[in-house]
Design a protein. Structure first.
Length: 83
């Protein structure tokens, strides 16, 4: 009988994001560090935006700077896209 691991399945359908890519996010709240903003992707992935605090409540374009896989899930870090 085949068995599916739901966690592996969920991770498999999450979009792949690489440093240097741009994306549009909605800054929802303040981050833990100075001047950070936090957004969430549709799949629940947290996006931490450097210098994003002043954009809370705004849709902005960001450039991904790094992606971190944690036991709780994936976190994406980015900065406001200057283009």
């Amino acid at each position: 009988m085949p068995v599916l691991n739901i966690n592996e399945l969920a991770n498999a359908i999450k979009p792949v994001v690489l440093p240097g890519e741009t994306m549009k996010v909605f800054i929802l709240k303040e981050g833990k560090e100075y001047n950070q903003g936090v957004a969430y992707l549709d799949d629940g992935t947290m996006v931490v935006v450097d210098q994003g605090k002043s954009h809370i409540g705004d849709d902005i374009n960001i450039t991904v700077t790094s992606v971190l896989q944690t036991p709780a899930g994936r976190m994406i870090f980015g900065r406001i896209d200057s283009r």
